[in-house]
Design a protein around this ligand. Sequence first.
Ligand code: AFP
Length: 298
Amino acid sequence: MKLDEFLRLNVRDDLARLTTAISQAGLTVWENIPLQSGVLTAVNPSGETQKAIDVYSNDEFTEAILATGTVAEVASEETAEPATGKGSLSVGMDPLDGSSNVETNNPLGSIFGVYSRKLPCSGRNLLGALYLTYGSMVTLTLSFGKGVHRFVALRQGPETSFELMGIDLKIPERPEVYGVGGSRKDWIPPVRGFVDSLEERGLRTRYCGTFVGDYNQVLARGGMFAYPQLTSKPRGKLRVLYETAPMAFINEQAGGYASDGRRNILDIEPDALSGTSPAYMGSASLVRELEALVSKAD
Ligand code: AFP
């Protein structure tokens, strides 16, 4: 089944239009990474001034989203002020997650939260969330509150469309992998102890340095992704509105749990657009166990 048909049958019209626009802009961004990132220096066939890849992807997605007429504001990791439009929805996005991975050709991604209220607000106001991964395949994973579904970009002749690849994805019962950002010596002690215990339980470390790439492995294999509270950064690194709340929404729809170490990430009321929080997400039993350890250590 193609993405458009799925959206027509399952998602309200404004959210469907927004999703289609994001999926198409995602393909454009992905195709332009070699040129716009500078890995092919001085090659820009259209003669445009080259922008940093983050700025380029931000502009592509913002333009596509605003053109749907469904969105009042697009807030982005790349801009201080939201771009405004004539609709009623709010979008918080990280237009190119993991951009420092471009040169090494590790996976990259894009994350979008679709909120019903003006930003900043908590993840309880999310109507849905989506993420694109640019890895061995370009995939779009989405949830509008009725399960998590995945589509893969498929080129047939001159056309590229998104085809349904997985329906109602759930985190497997038995956890297999974990990935934790930052450096071990900077992790707070309960995180260090917990990660040691994961090794003892037979989980394997898997870390690529792109949030969506690392989370994707947890969704497929069970386990935990964390960008933890660090001694040097008590509020972690990842942004609530643009990164952790949208992914927590998807994670919960896949049967998982996401915490900042003390509460559900979806309950955080960010005090600023770019507010950050520690993030622990994946298999519910593991994350609840770690949450209990972190809270006890307070
Ligand atoms: P970049 O977008 O600068 O590459 O950062 C990626 C990221 O925000 C997130 O995708 C990763 O999970 C995290 O940083 C990795 O950070 P560390 O390099 O500190 O582990």
